[in-house]
Design a protein around this ligand. Structure first.
Ligand code: FMN
Length: 178
């Protein structure tokens, strides 16, 4: 990961914090523009990394127009430039059963999971909003995966009583205590 953010905060002149939004192939992924807009309102610069399956669930042109960055989904070739600046934090939303279990097991077979696996070693804060049905959630591997991710410091959303995109930002930026 490398490169520099092209956006600077208009008030402070400092480089904006850069958020990766990792998008998996769940039905709700088409609404990811809500999270991107909310993050931008909170002062984040945003880049999207989609799983190869997740790409088919989002409006790629709309996402790229909103973020100003290409969506990453596949590994670059050796020597290609890095399309996104390095992340200050990562929001995995929606996080699928498949990606959660692979991430916890360290199975780095998509760029998205590869970035998540490396982010732990780099100390990058991560929030994940799982989105799965009750049959998937009943699988014993899922509970073990969540336990492992929590032990790695990943902030897991409750997604109850409904999926709330802003929860990812709240988990990354908890309100200051008075
Ligand atoms: C219309 C549709 C909706 C889906 N919704 C979900 C979902 O909400 N959660 C989930 O875990 N999988 C869902 N799936 C299944 C995933 O797309 C599938 O497991 C896929 O392999 C996940 O890939 P990824 O984790 O690399 O994004 C859905 C599939 C389809 C076709």
């Amino acid at each position: 990961m490398g490169g520099e953010s092209k956006e600077q905060d208009h008030h402070t002149g400092e480089r904006k914090r850069f958020l990766y939004v990792v998008v998996c192939a769940a039905g709700i992924a088409g609404q990811v523009g809500r999270l991107i807009a909310a993050a931008q309102e909170d002062g984040w610069d945003v880049g999207v990394v989609a799983t190869p399956q997740g790409l088919g669930f989002i409006d790629q042109a709309a996402v790229e127009a909103r973020t100003g960055y290409p969506i990453r989904s596949a590994w670059r070739k050796p020597g290609d430039p890095r399309p996104l600046p390095p992340p200050d934090a990562i929001a995995v939303a929606p996080a699928t059963f498949n990606t959660i279990n692979k991430w916890a097991a360290g199975m780095s077979d998509t760029l998205a999971v590869g970035i998540l696996c490396e982010a732990y070693g780099m100390g990058i804060p991560i929030a994940a909003l799982p989105c799965l049905n009750t049959a998937q959630a009943a699988h014993p591997a899922y509970r073990e995966s969540l336990d492992r991710l929590r032990s790695m410091g990943v902030r897991i959303g409750s997604c109850e009583p409904e999926f709330r995109w802003e929860e990812a930002l709240e988990l990354l930026d908890p309100p200051a205590r008075p």
